[in-house]
Design a protein. Structure first.
Lengths: 323, 323
């Protein structure tokens, strides 16, 4: 879903912050805590040299260290051009496998990671081997199904979910939630029945729609007598009209008033930053009032340095808001 | 659009508050000020005795006096059952003509009124006479067209607008705006071209949709080089599932999360009151940031005493917010 997120050249110093250490991500999600904060990145492009990949990993870890994150989200990028006939505003470029990137390059990242798996890309034996090897204290996963019905897949989503239950039931599995969809709460309940223990939203800019899905999900769980699982809201700043177009291409519903504001803003990055923060405040207040477990993940869908830096700053402010 | 709003029996003492007197409503709207606060009421039912009508007027004026309002909105109720095939949750009962109610019973109300006119109800000579007699310093109007295409009308909206331009161009005319509609900003611009100098929204609970219409309207005015006219947002508390059903029957889009909250709340009136206040804060911040002139009108769509009292309390809090 995102372009890769590590391009700048100077790595600030500093280890991973030790202040206010919370329980491990797995515990917080399994026990339906609130206040988790993650950061989402996309592994480097496959075309990058080994040296470049190493540098990107180092820069990324250094940049995120001061944030006291509960974990990292590693996206698995698939060519989703079959999903949307409109031309992709940023070109699709194959990226390093997120599991490989984690295993081989993120040795300095000592906190948990949520590794996305576009399961259709992987033959079943490969997926099984990975599940067997994954340390459930450090690795969580989100399985993503095919982007359209017409796509040829190696392993369908339902089979991948089965496989996890067979091979590695203690690996905490999550699912994507797309809060723009009217009946999304029913899909969430169905995914939960397949073993998903938490949800990660697509980038959300329409807080009203997000609140409606959360509310429908919350009351459906209550009515069905099933536990409410945590939702991690994904926020992403939007620094230009091109980034806006990419968000919309991805299916993100940007309210018209916000689209107008971004198009007319002298500084769209500052405008979107303020809006992300306002949205976070609104979602925090809403979830606390409802009694809904929640957290956030911040990502930059663009590789522009100013947008990445604004994302890191946003995560910093969220950490303070959540404390 | 509303049931009548004055039923309780004990009238608190007190004249119209003199504190912080602002320019007259006409000036504030004509000069595109912000911060106007009005209260909307529906005249008593036609079946009420002369004595009851007098009492309702006295109670209403006494109740609203402490609010330091900029004016009163007097609704003109029409049978809109042709507009919606679903059964009306509250029965339609003909009400006293708002112009008659104002002329004959509101002598103790010394501030301006916005008199709604469902123009299709009135033959042209009657409308002309009323326009001739209206004092433009005290009376403003909102013309409302037929509720459906199939309704037989005495005077079409376009003819009523023409009549005002011919007979009483100095009577400040407004129009209803329904912010649930996608292309509403284009309708607003068209109404403005017909002489409308301000807008009054339908009861608004979907702030996101309202912000989108405002934003589209604001930027369309800017692009066309025409002045931006003020919008008065109508807020109404909702104290019961029956009131909620009535709001929805009227076409008010209540976001799903809010509908869920109201249905599940121990005290839906308190829940809706808090939400109205939150919505007001959000609209104030949004309009100030955009540079959009705005004000509020509060009404109670229900005749229950607790809902009327909550509406008065809401107007009181809005007065403080707007100061």
């Amino acid at each position: 879903m995102v372009e890769h997120g590590g391009t700048s050249t100077v790595a600030p110093e500093g280890g991973i912050g030790q202040a206010a250490r919370r329980p491990p991500l797995r515990t917080m999600l399994a026990d339906a805590h609130s206040g988790m904060l993650l950061f989402g990145i996309t592994p480097p492009r496959q075309s990058a040299s080994a040296e470049q990949v190493r540098e990107i990993a180092a820069v990324t870890v250094a940049r995120l260290a001061p944030l006291n994150l509960d974990g990292l989200v590693l996206y698995d990028i698939d060519d989703e051009s079959d999903r949307n006939p409109v031309r992709r505003p940023f070109p699709y470029l194959p990226c390093v496998d997120p599991a490989v990137f984690h295993a081989e390059h993120l040795e300095r990242w000592d906190r948990p990671v949520i590794i996305y798996r576009c399961v259709g890309k992987y033959p079943e034996p490969e997926l099984r081997d990975w599940l067997r090897s994954a340390d459930p204290d450090q690795i969580l996963s989100v399985f993503v199904g095919a982007s359209s019905r017409h796509k040829t897949v190696h392993t369908p989503l339902s089979r991948a979910q089965e496989l996890r239950r067979e091979v590695r039931p203690d690996l905490l599995l999550g699912a994507v939630t797309i809060t723009e969809r009217r009946d999304e709460h029913l899909r969430m309940v169905a995914k939960q029945a397949q073993g998903c223990g938490y949800f990660v939203s697509q980038v959300t800019y329409n807080v009203d729609a997000t609140k409606s899905v959360l509310s429908d999900y919350f009351y459906t769980c209550r009515d069905q007598g099933i536990p409410v699982r945590p939702v991690l809201f994904t926020l992403s700043v939007c620094g230009s009209v091109k980034t806006l177009a990419f968000l919309q291409w991805l299916g993100v519903d940007v309210p018209r008033w916000l689209e107008n504001a971004l198009r007319n803003a002298a500084d769209p990055l500052a405008e979107s930053y303020d809006q992300c923060l306002a949205n976070a405040r609104e979602l925090i207040a809403f979830c606390r009032r409802l009694g809904m477990p929640f957290g956030f993940s911040v990502e930059s869908v663009s590789i522009r340095k100013v947008e990445i830096e604004a994302s890191v700053a946003l995560a910093g402010e969220l950490r303070a808001l959540l404390s």
